[in-house]
Design a protein around this ligand. Structure first.
Ligand code: PDD
Length: 280
């Protein structure tokens, strides 16, 4: 198949799929999601993504109908139906289908599983990107990967209209993360990254970067950093499952980073090596 849509056991090309109007995603964005890449039909870091999905669902008291193993089997089976092995894999769990009502539906209403798969490769991670900054106006549950993403949508669109690749969100002086990525800096040989509190998503690529730094003997400081520190950093890194780890060269039109290229490259080489090795 050229691309694939899946809904509670039914699947077809995405354009042929429809979903029930009363799925709670439509009214409330009442669901959680995951996204990762496949290469050579292997889904990268699938167990970590499934674990985080169950965690997000648990925090919203959504009961997932499948076991983790069943979910993994469904995802692998759907990827195997694709014409190409290199894809963007997106899946979400929503809190079932029932008449609009803010309170949860009755217990017999089961959660829905949606999947979309479309061809995609990771970009050239060594190509520098440009960023804008934007006040973080999201809610205070950013550790939950919910499908409520309007502030992120608005910030992403603004970045695009500025000819940039991503928006760096901040609450006052404190940098939180990107609109759909985590943001890190390198300063004096150390990686500084925001702690995994309720203001950021605990990114899986972020965790890989931290592990990589430890392997490369690069110190890691998980403390919040400011906009000023971002602008004066030796390097600025942006990470996500679909783009791995890229360096930034401009923020709000001002040059940034470029002062520790060997550290940036060492981290990127190791992240790319892990990705390539685990999807062979
Ligand atoms: N976004 N922070 C936010 C707000 C995100 O949406 C994402 C990922 C990340 C990075 O997390 P990870 O390394 O686990 O992908 C951080 C995905 C790719 C998306 O929404 O498409």
């Amino acid at each position: 198949m050229k691309n694939l849509g899946y809904y509670n056991g039914n699947f077809a090309e995405i354009d042929e799929m429809t979903i029930p109007m009363n799925d709670r995603a439509c009214y409330f964005g009442d669901g959680v999601y995951e996204a990762t890449m496949s290469r050579n039909y292997n889904i990268f870091a699938i167990d970590e993504h499934i674990d985080r999905l169950y965690n997000s669902a648990g925090l919203l008291r959504i009961e997932i109908s499948q076991t983790k193993e069943e979910m993994k089997a469904i995802l692998n089976e759907m990827v195997s139906k694709m014409d190409t092995g290199d894809n963007f894999i997106y899946w979400q769990i929503t809190r079932g289908t029932s008449m609009r009502n803010h309170v949860f539906p009755e217990k017999d209403v089961k959660a829905n599983l949606w999947i979309t798969i479309s061809p995609k490769k990771i970009p050239d991670i060594y190509k520098k990107i440009n960023l804008i900054t934007e006040e973080d106006t999201r809610f205070l549950h950013c550790n939950i990967k919910t499908i409520n993403l309007l502030p992120s949508v608005m910030a992403s669109q603004k970045a695009k209209e500025c000819g940039c690749d991503e928006a760096v969100l901040h609450r006052g002086e404190r940098v939180t993360e990107g609109s759909h990525s985590n943001v890190h800096i390198i300063k004096d040989g150390m990686l500084i990254t925001a702690p995994t509190d309720h203001l950021i998503l605990p990114g899986i690529t972020r965790a890989h970067i931290i592990k990589t730094c430890k392997k490369l003997n690069i110190a890691v400081d998980e403390t919040p950093f400011t906009l000023e520190e971002l602008m004066n950093a030796d390097e600025v890194l942006v990470s996500s499952s679909s783009t791995l780890c890229r360096g930034a060269q401009q923020i709000d039109g001002k040059n940034v980073g470029g002062k520790a290229p060997e550290i940036l490259k060492a981290i990127q080489d190791e992240i790319l090596r892990k990705y390539t090795e685990e999807t062979n």
